[in-house]
Design a protein around this ligand. Structure first.
Ligand code: SAH
Length: 221
C-alpha cells in the first residue's frame, strides 16, 4: 500500500518506526489484541490530521480536526476496537461519528463491512477522501444524524459510538443483532465507556473506565 507513496509512508515523526513505537506503548497500556495492533500499525494516522499536526499524530492524545471536533487518542481507538472485536472477526460494524475517519480505517481491517455516519458534511467529505486513498473499499459512509442508525442496512454485530450520548438511543440498540455488542461513551460532564451486549432476553450493560468524548449532537451540519 504505502511503499509507493511517501506521504502515506511518512518520514521522521510520521515514519513507520514512530508507528511501531506507538504500538509498543499501546501494549504497555494493556492492549493485547494483535489484530487491532496490526491494523493500527498499518494505518498511517498522520494523514488524518492537518499537516501542521502530523508530527504529533502518534502521541497518545486526542487532536483537533476542525469544526470543534477531535480525533480520539490512539489508546481510545485501540481500546474501543478491542472491545468491539472481543477476540473475534467482525462481520458488519456501524460507527456513529466518522470524524476524520481514522477509527473507520482501523475498523475496516477488523470487519467484513463497515458503515459509518457523520453529521458534519465537510468532515465526512474529507474522511471519505482519506478512506479512498487508503483503499478501504469495505466502508460505506452516510451524511446523517447517526442516532437513527444507518437506515436499510439491517442489523449489526457491533455498533461503536465515538461521541458521548446522554442515553443510549433505542433506535441504535434495535439495530444490534442478538449476540451483538455496542461500545459507547455515556454521560455529559462525567462520562464512562459502556459495553452493551444484546442477549435474547436483555441489553446487558457493563460500565467501564471514565472517558472524555465530544457530545453526540442532533441534526445535520
Ligand atoms: N472516530 C472519530 C471521532 C471523531 S469525534 C475519529 O477518530 O476522528 C466524534 C464525531 O461524532 C464528530 O465528528 C461529530 O461530528 C460526530 N457526531 C456527533 N453527533 C453525531 C450524530 N448524532 N450523528 C453522527 N455523527 C455525530
Amino acid at each position: 500500500m504505502s511503499a509507493m507513496n511517501p506521504r502515506l509512508t511518512g518520514i521522521g515523526m510520521t515514519s513507520q518506526r514512530t508507528r511501531v513505537r506507538m504500538i509498543e506503548r499501546l501494549r504497555q497500556q494493556g492492549i493485547q489484541d494483535e489484530v487491532v495492533l496490526t491494523s493500527m500499525r498499518e494505518i498511517p494516522r498522520h494523514i488524518f490530521v492537518d499537516d501542521a499536526l502530523a508530527s504529533r499524530a502518534y502521541e497518545d492524545c486526542s487532536l483537533p480536526i476542525g469544526f470543534a471536533q477531535t480525533i480520539s487518542s490512539p489508546y481510545t481507538v485501540a481500546r474501543m476496537s478491542e472491545l468491539a472485536r472481543s477476540g473475534k472477526p467482525l462481520k458488519k460494524v456501524l460507527e456513529i461519528g466518522t470524524g476524520c475517519g481514522y477509527q473507520t480505517a482501523v475498523l475496516s481491517r477488523l470487519a467484513t463491512e463497515v458503515y459509518t455516519v457523520e453529521r458534519i458534511g465537510p468532515l465526512l467529505a474529507r474522511a471519505r477522501r482519506k478512506l479512498v486513498e487508503l483503499k478501504c473499499s469495505n466502508v460505506r459512509t452516510q451524511h446523517a444524524d447517526g442516532s437513527q442508525g444507518f437506515p436499510d442496512a439491517g442489523l449489526f454485530d457491533c455498533i461503536l459510538l465515538t461521541a458521548a450520548a446522554t442515553h443510549f438511543p433505542q433506535d441504535l440498540l434495535d439495530h444490534l443483532e442478538i449476540g451483538g455488542r455496542m461500545v459507547a461513551p455515556l454521560g455529559s460532564e462525567e462520562q464512562h465507556l459502556y459495553l452493551i451486549e444484546r442477549t435474547p432476553q436483555e441489553f446487558k450493560e457493563t460500565c467501564l473506565e471514565s472517558v472524555k468524548f465530544v457530545p453526540l449532537l442532533p441534526g445535520l451540519s
